[in-house]
Design a binder for this molecule. Structure first.
Ligand SMILES: NC(=O)c1ccc[n+]([C@@H]2O[C@H](COP(=O)([O-])OP(=O)(O)OC[C@H]3O[C@@H](n4cnc5c(N)ncnc54)[C@H](OP(=O)(O)O)[C@@H]3O)[C@@H](O)[C@H]2O)c1
Length: 279
């Protein structure tokens, strides 16, 4: 049953990898959507300018919450946003967190927001803790350069998940919040792959050799920060890559199917549909 079909859902980060797909899937279900980002969306929304919160939230009953990206200090401003969401009568928030965040200390901002949501009673919430996105290989930092994927993850494996599947889970929670209230889902793909295996799938899809190269972690972080990643986020990248390299990357689970009734996409299927990104 759709609880909020006749109301408007605010999608933050709506020009990004998950938000754009969440918005599309909600629209496809006939749900009224307001997209928000600093530019290119229905409404201008800027985490650095809380005066933009009120107009974005006005008349909304559901929120897809993407907290500030590549930052580590956002719990306070997200709390301010959630206070305003309470005031305007938002009934459900679906929060994009990350895999394993339930195990990190409360001072980590993603975890602090999860705990903030858990403490609020005026609206329900669902938490999404996805594995590394498959689209990192086609849209962001894992995209091959000179046919090479470079990241310090050794032979570690990760259950990469298709962002389309994350968006399907998010859309399910926002279109039927009462069914998903209080749930946390950790969307993964159907198999854990090493980066070498992921490169092989991409090679097979595009018909030329794409290779994976491990590299010194500090040198990689220096290169990332040199390319514009904030220095403070370099430490997050260190933790993320160390986790995978040490064999503690995500492992497949059933959460996409539990939330949506549809099995998650394999990396092979993703690669076959994404060849244009690597041509
Ligand atoms: N990549 C992964 O493998 C992975 C895995 C698990 C979890 N995650 C989590 O996913 C989240 C990122 O989500 P995503 O990949 O869907 O986003 P994304 O593709 O990185 O896009 C970021 C979105 O946020 C908007 N944005 C950026 N700065 C903003 C600001 N100051 N105020 C308002 N909006 C702003 C951007 O639009 P504008 O620039 O136009 O404002 C854009 O719509 C992060 O929290 C990350 O921890 C990522």
């Amino acid at each position: 049953m759709n609880d909020i079909t006749n109301n408007t859902t605010l999608v933050l980060g709506a020009t990004g990898k998950t938000g754009s797909r969440v918005a599309q899937k909600l629209v496809d279900q006939g749900i009224s959507v307001r997209t928000a980002a600093r530019s290119g969306a229905n409404i201008h929304f800027d985490w650095d300018d809380p005066s933009t919160f009120a107009a974005a939230l006005h008349g909304t009953t559901g929120v897809y919450l993407v907290s500030p990206v590549m930052r580590v200090d956002f719990a306070g401003v997200v709390a301010q946003f959630l206070d305003e969401a309470e005031q305007v009568g938002v009934r459900h928030v679906t929060y994009l967190s990350a895999y394993g965040i339930e195990h990190v200390p409360p001072k980590v901002a993603l975890r602090a927001v999860e705990l903030d949501l858990a403490a609020r009673t005026s609206f329900t919430h669902t938490i999404l803790r996805p594995a590394w996105f498959m689209q990192n290989f086609s849209e962001t930092f894992l995209k091959p350069v000179n046919d090479e994927i470079v990241v310090p993850c050794g032979n570690g494996a990760e259950a990469f998940v298709n962002v389309e599947d994350i968006a399907s889970v998010a859309a399910a929670t926002l279109s039927d919040p009462s069914r998903h209230a209080g749930h946390a889902y950790a969307p993964t793909g159907p198999e854990a792959l090493t980066f070498e295996e992921a490169a092989r799938h991409i090679s097979n899809a595009v018909g030329r050799k794409i290779t994976y190269r491990d590299m010194d972690r500090q040198a990689w972080i220096d290169a990332m920060t040199g390319a514009g990643v904030p220095a403070v986020y370099g430490e997050v990248l260190r933790t993320l890559t160390e986790t995978v390299a040490s064999g503690l990357g995500s492992r497949p689970n059933n959460d996409v199917f539990i939330a949506t009734g549809v099995a998650p996409t394999s990396f092979e299927e993703f690669a076959a549909k994404t060849v244009a990104a690597w041509r």
